[in-house]
Design a protein around this ligand. Structure first.
Ligand code: UDP
Length: 253
């Protein structure tokens, strides 16, 4: 159970929970869980993962059972605001995770990194050390392992016992990984961070600020990585269509 749930209200966006919180509140909540060593699953939600969950009941269950679900997209924010909730804050997972890393360094909490290519994983350690030299990184592994390697990775994770684990295996693989390990790593809080390692490791550039503040980061990713087209369309237009016409499936709890 979350220790500060009373501070956080939930919305139901087409059957999935989204927490209404400020970035600061969400950071505090995660730190509190880390302090208490009560691991939680943190999901950053967007229209693509919602569309994937609509087709995959197991993923839908994972989203519904995640302890903290933060809105990481313009589309989800529009859905929330269409309910008349204006105090919700869009919390990009990459910035949220960076902030958490900074706090972990300050408070002496250990972290682990799982995911990215082997090259990204190597550069990530170097770049993170440059930024947070006192951060206690107790686990680091790339994300291209096969089933037979999983028991070893699991053992290493158990031994390392990080307070917070960043999982960058892409969505929904990372959400499944976290769910599968929630019980055995019950003291570790885990967050799926998608392509963040590539950006932190300086392998990929983040969208320029103008795209970020105008809510068009998705558009930048689309034009720089056209292979995303099939993933984003028709998901995004359909999501906006649902905000207008599927209003009975938008609610405030
Ligand atoms: N990745 C990984 N193992 C896999 C598949 C992907 O470690 O089996 C990594 C990949 O190298 C990249 C991240 O997961 O760093 C996925 O990035 P993407 O931008 O596609 O994230 P998404 O948009 O799915 O959140």
């Amino acid at each position: 159970m979350l220790s500060q749930t009373e501070k956080i209200k939930r919305t139901g966006i087409f059957g999935y929970p989204v927490d209404i919180t400020t970035r600061e509140q969400a950071v505090d909540l995660v730190l509190q869980q880390i302090q208490n060593r009560q691991g939680i699953q943190i999901v950053t939600i967007n229209p693509e993962i919602i569309a994937a969950a609509d087709k995959n009941p197991e993923l839908a269950k994972i989203l519904r059972e995640a302890e903290l679900v933060i809105p990481d997209s313009t589309g989800v924010m529009l859905a929330i605001k269409s309910l008349g909730v204006y105090r919700a804050e869009k919390i990009p997972g990459i910035e949220f995770s960076w902030e958490l890393m900074k706090k972990c360094e300050q408070k002496g909490f250990s972290v682990g990194f799982l995911g990215g290519s082997p090259d990204t994983a190597d550069s990530l350690n170097i770049e993170v050390h440059k930024q947070f030299s006192a951060l206690n990184v107790v686990f680091s592994h790339h994300g291209y392992f096969n089933e037979s390697e999983l028991p070893i990775i699991r053992q290493e994770l158990l031994r390392a016992d990080p307070h917070l684990l960043f999982v960058a295996l892409g969505s929904p693989k990372q959400e499944f990984f976290i769910k599968q390990h929630k019980n055995i790593l019950h003291k570790t809080s885990m967050i799926g961070v998608g392509g963040s390692f590539d950006i932190w490791a300086k392998k990929v550039k983040r969208a320029p600020v103008i795209f970020r503040i105008s809510g068009l980061e998705w558009f930048y990713r689309l034009i720089t990585q056209p292979s995303r087209f099939t993933r984003m369309f028709p998901v995004l237009p359909l999501f906006f269509f649902r905000i207008l016409f599927d209003r009975q499936n938008l609610r405030l709890y």
